[in-house]
Design a protein around this ligand. Structure first.
Ligand code: P6P
Length: 335
C-alpha cells in the first residue's frame, strides 16, 4: 500500500514483487529513468539562463525543428539507460530508427525495450511553459541473446509493462504505472529525492474542462465540431471551460486531477492526427486506463491499436470516462 511521503526508491523496492519473474531489472530501469529525469529537470529549470533553449538548427524525422533541450534530454535518457546495461533497445521521437543496446557483459541479455518522447511540448521552452517526458516499457518478444528487432517495439499498448511521464512544471513530478494503479512523485530539488505526493491517482468520471487546439476547428471531423459545440452549449452543467496548454503531459496531468478531456483529432494538416502512437498515445492511454479514464482514437481503444511503424501518428481522445464516451458518441453519430 502506498504511503504518503514514501520516496520513489522505497516505493520501487516495496512494489518489486508486483513484477512477474522480477529479477530487479525493471526496478533498475525505473531507477535509471528517475535519475535521468532529475538531470533533465536541472537543465529545463535553468533554460532561460544558459544558451540551451532555442532551436538546434536541425529537424527530427517528424520534420519538426529540434530544440536544443530536446536533443539534450534525448541524450541524457539514452545514455543513462545504456550505461546501466538494463535494456536491449531504445526508440525515441528524436531518433529516426531504434537503437540496439548490446549488454556490456554478454550480447543482448536484457529483456526490456523503452520508447520515449524525451521532451514533449518543447516549443514551450522558450516561453517558460511546462514541458514533459513520456516513456513506455515493453518486454522484448524476440529471443534474449539476439539483437533487438523492430517487432519488439511495434507492440499493442495493452502489452506495456510500465509507462509514465515527467512533468517539468511549477514543481517537477514523475507519474507512472506498472499496471497496479497510477502514483505521482514530486521532486524535492534541494534533496534530489522524489516523494510520493499523489498516491493512487484517478480521473474523475466526469469533468468540465476540454483541451483542444480550436484554431483547427474548421478542419476537424464533424463529430469533433459537434462535441465542441456541446461543450460550449448552455445546458445542464455546461458550458465547460476550455484549457489548452500546448503540452500533452500538462493538459493530461491537470485533467487527471480535476477531470477533463484532451483531444488531438485528425485534420487535413495532420490526416492521421499529430500525436505519435508508440511514445505518446500508448503510454498516456495505459496511465489513463489505470486511473479509471479512457483513451481512444475516436472509435477504437488506443491500447488495442496494432502499430505498423515506429513513428506512426493516431488521432487521440483521452480523459474522464463520461466525457470521452460522449465525444465518441458524436464521432459515431457524425461519422
Ligand atoms: P498544437 C507538443 O508538440 C504536442 O506533441 C503535445 O504535447 C501538445 O498537446 C500538441 O503537440 C500541441 O500541438 O498543434 O496544438 O501546437
Amino acid at each position: 500500500m502506498a504511503k504518503k511521503n514514501q520516496t520513489l526508491g522505497e516505493f520501487i523496492i516495496e512494489n518489486q514483487s508486483d513484477f512477474q519473474y522480477s529479477s530487479g531489472e525493471l526496478s533498475r530501469l525505473l531507477n535509471s529513468i528517475r535519475l535521468a529525469a532529475k538531470v533533465v529537470n536541472h537543465e529545463v529549470n535553468k533554460a532561460g539562463l544558459v544558451d540551451i533553449t532555442g532551436a538546434a538548427g536541425d529537424t527530427n524525422i517528424q520534420g519538426e525543428d529540434q530544440q536544443k533541450l530536446d536533443i539534450y534530454a534525448n541524450d541524457v535518457f539514452i545514455q543513462t539507460m545504456t550505461d546501466r546495461n538494463i535494456v536491449c533497445g531504445i526508440a525515441s521521437e528524436e531518433e529516426d530508427d531504434f537503437i540496439t543496446i548490446n549488454s556490456q557483459d554478454e550480447l543482448h541479455q536484457n529483456k526490456y525495450v523503452v520508447l520515449i518522447d524525451p521532451l514533449d511540448g518543447s516549443s514551450n521552452i522558450d516561453v517558460n511553459v511546462s514541458v514533459g517526458t513520456i516513456f513506455s516499457i515493453f518486454r522484448r518478444i524476440t529471443p534474449v541473446g539476439t539483437p533487438v528487432e523492430l517487432k519488439d517495439f511495434l507492440q499493442t499498448g495493452d502489452k506495456q509493462v510500465a509507462a509514465g511521464y515527467v512533468v517539468y512544471g511549477t514543481s517537477t513530478m514523475l507519474v507512472y504505472t506498472t499496471g497496479k494503479g497510477v502514483n505521482g512523485f514530486t521532486l524535492n530539488p534541494a534533496l534530489g529525492s522524489w516523494y510520493l505526493s499523489h498516491p493512487n491517482m484517478q480521473f474523475p468520471e466526469d469533468g468540465q474542462i476540454y483541451s483542444i487546439n480550436e484554431g483547427n476547428y474548421f478542419d476537424f471531423p464533424e463529430g469533433i465540431k459537434k462535441y465542441i459545440k456541446y461543450c460550449q452549449s448552455e445546458e445542464e452543467d455546461r458550458p465547460y471551460t476550455s484549457r489548452y496548454i500546448g503540452s500533452l503531459v500538462s493538459d493530461f496531468h491537470r485533467n487527471m486531477i480535476k477531470g477533463g478531456i484532451y483531444m488531438y483529432p485528425k485534420s487535413t494538416k495532420n490526416p492521421k492526427g499529430k500525436l505519435r502512437l508508440l511514445y505518446e498515445c500508448s503510454p498516456m492511454a495505459f496511465l489513463a486506463e489505470q486511473a479509471n479514464g479512457v483513451a481512444s482514437d475516436g472509435y477504437n481503444r488506443i491500447m488495442e491499436i496494432m502499430p505498423t511503424e515506429l513513428h506512426q501518428r493516431v488521432p487521440f481522445i483521452c480523459g474522464s470516462k463520461n466525457m470521452v464516451e460522449k465525444a465518441e458518441e458524436f464521432m459515431q453519430k457524425f461519422k
